[in-house]
Design a protein around this ligand. Sequence first.
Ligand code: NDP
Length: 326
Amino acid sequence: MTETIERIKCLIIGSGPAGYTAAIYAARADMHPVMYTGMEPGGQLTTTTEVDNFPGYPDGIDGPSMMVDLQKQAERFGTKVRIGMVTEVQLSNEAGGIHKAQIDNSNWVEAESIIISTGATAKYLGLPSEQKLRGGGVSACAVCDGFFYKNQDVAIVGGGDTAAEEATYLANICKKVTMLVRGDEMRASKAMQHRVTSTKNIDLRYNTEVDEVLGEQVVEGLRMINRKTGENETIEITGLFIAIGHKPNTEIFKGQLDMDEMGYLITKGKSTKTNLPGVFASGDVQDKEYRQAITAAGTGCMAALDAERYLSTVEKTEEKEEITAR
Ligand code: NDP
């Protein structure tokens, strides 16, 4: 007996704001989207407490509730949301070609178009005390959570552009920002370094790492260690921001889709088109710069519009070929 493989018109991989927005638009355009949520249904926002910067929520909303609302909205128009991981893909490089995706290392589905919104994962230091206090004062997003530490003392770890940008962002809101750079120089661009060093309330510490985050339920302090001298120092803080980079979730696309040196998917011009016809990318998986829920949602909308145009062009071409063949 031959097994029938499900054919999906629009397959959406990933369930953050980009994926759900793509789903809302695709479903309303009768593309019958099917979404596989991935390991962390709802994406990075489910690990955030309060979302205060997404337009339309005057009183803010907590991340998990927002993702439930987005799911309901996508399902209202017929999106099928399925818990599952896409573990392998075989992408076609022909216009109108059929792409294949394997779910949970088991069954395969076929897709006429794919929207990839698998996001990026923030890197953490991996210290037990840091992991214990995630959501209790340890955050990987200053723009999302900085506001809760208004006029308080905080610390930030990292020496790249993200850390430099977030340190200056926090310095505008917080009383004092201690910045821990593990080496004896910052990796950030010279301009960003200048912004950090010329901001009075940033206390920049080179050759310094986190030894332990202090506090039981919430962050109360930080024990730092100087890598050169081996000396410890303890400071009182209420928030700790980790800005040591993100890892885009693109492992399964390696060798098939164009990526930059860090693994972010490359999209063409202002569109969400990847190097393969019918495969689109939206959200943090293709954006290392803005990384906001609202920008991810915006590119999710773009991906659905790009996929819709692609599918209608393919359909028109197929119709023409049929007429010519008759
Ligand atoms: P980067 O990889 O550039 O920098 C990571 C930083 O974290 C480095 O300083 C690194 O130190 C440090 N680090 C890594 N692991 C640890 C650890 N375990 N403990 C302590 N420190 C650690 O990441 P970014 O997120 O800053 O930037 C990613 C990319 O995005 C870059 O290309 C950047 O230029 C770009 N970007 C551009 C922006 C802009 O143009 N406005 C804004 C934000 C990002 P070390 O140097 O010692 O390895």
